[in-house]
Write a protein that binds this ligand. Sequence first.
Ligand SMILES: [Mg+2]
Length: 369
Amino acid sequence: MTAAPDTPVRGVEVAVYQVPTDLPEADGTLRWDATTAVVVRARAGGRTGTGWTYADAATAAVVRGLLAGVVEGRSALHPQGATHAMARAARNAGVPGLVAMAISAVDVALWDLKARLLDLPLAALLGTVRQDSPVYASGGFTTYDDARTREQLAGWLDRGFDRVKVKIGESWGGAEGRDLARTRLAREVVGDGVDLLVDANGGYTAKQAVRVGRELDDLGVVWFEEPVSSEDLAGLRLVRRTLDCDVAAGEYGARIEDFAALCGTGAVDCLQVDASRCGGVTEWLRAAAVAAGHGLEVSAHCVPTLHAHLGPATPNLRHLEWFHDHERVEARLFDGAPEPRSGRVRPDPGAPGLGVTLREADVAELRIG
Ligand SMILES: [Mg+2]
């Protein structure tokens, strides 16, 4: 049974969960020991849609105080309209960053809700160009010792991943020798038949990234993510023009102008987009179109369960990131989280929406807001 066209969104609720990491984690420029998920639920026509973002707990106050009232009462069949209205309502709060993450979580909940009202998987609601998406395994934290790094990489190979990513740029670029030693270790463990990706999280200066990058090229690294800050477009362009490996950035993009700038200035070989940060499913589709207009592919940043549905609907998709943290968190918070096979993931064609259900009673102990 499908919903009436004017089914209104009845209630928008938000909860905050915090899941400890299995080991202390750091990349080049940040350290953490827990991951916070801000989970939004929206109801209409007897169905519940769920969306989430990995953001500070303060994001929940933005959903409650600024966004819920904008969305409630609007038709559940037009998430784009709600998201446009949320962005306008948030003008004085400033949209990039935390507010964009709040809008994203609500937008995703509304898309999940619409798909459930129409009894379709979200991927099918969007319309697909393929059934599944290539994925890469991601972790390799700078806090890991060599034994743990080896164990994680070998575990990914056992699960059939054929692309892996490790973190470099340790201590804001202050540990180049260890960065390269860990990259060599990764190459040794995975062999030559597996794509090796690295992410410096903006830890290097531009010329430093070029020097490190020449050695990464020698190791056959195919992807150098945020060699410098993603706000340093000239630095990204210098690294991109100098090295063989692809340069990628975009995970902090929150406005369509951010993606247009990364693509239009020749700063990236592949645009990263995170639907849980950029304005949800609505803005993912537009960001992917911006990249396509520049002849570029997109790669999804983190949030694997969400992006598993967006990948098949994106013609210029390169791959999705299967991030160690988020895979753990999504398996803990939700029933129905997908599992990749042979380096690809396919959303469940028989499950409506995003195919996942919050395990509310089981995760009550993790709730912090
Ligand atoms: Mg990154």
